[in-house]
Unconditional design. Structure first.
Length: 135
């Protein structure tokens, strides 16, 4: 029973819900979220386009706490000081997700986030499946 409990708790996180606030593309396409839009568009996911007004729920779905996070999921995590950050999952490991995150001057940092630091995940919709909540 101990091993089963350990395995189940390895991916313990909250269910995040995309907001229902209406955004303009220009308003959303800055900083971290601008980078996410660009990265996921290139990877073949539906993302907002120029001059579009949208809600994030049109493009992102909650990753249920019973699901296993996947490559390209958007991760929310806390650093050692409790400050919230975002990243995109590159790979899942037993120790936690390996993620990429934008830095200054267009650079990326790749790092492993300890599972205990993970707040939750959002999953992008694959291109052409806007009505389908999962890929």
């Amino acid at each position: 029973a101990f091993l089963l409990i350990t395995a189940l708790s390895a991916f313990s996180f909250q269910r995040l819900v995309p907001g229902d606030r209406v955004w303009s593309y220009e308003e959303a396409h800055v900083g971290f979220m601008g980078w996410v839009i660009d990265e996921l568009t290139v990877a073949g996911y539906d993302m907002p386009s120029e001059n579009e007004e949208f809600t994030w729920a049109k493009y992102l779905s909650p990753v249920e706490t019973t699901d296993t996070p996947k490559k390209w999921d958007i991760l929310k995590f806390l650093d050692e000081d409790g400050k919230s950050h975002g990243a995109i999952v590159v790979e899942m490991t037993d120790k936690g997700p390996i993620v990429k995150q934008p830095m200054e001057a267009g650079l990326l940092i790749f790092m492993t986030i300890d599972n205990s630091q993970v707040v939750g995940y959002l999953r992008p919709h694959k291109a052409g499946t806007r009505d389908a909540p999962r890929i």
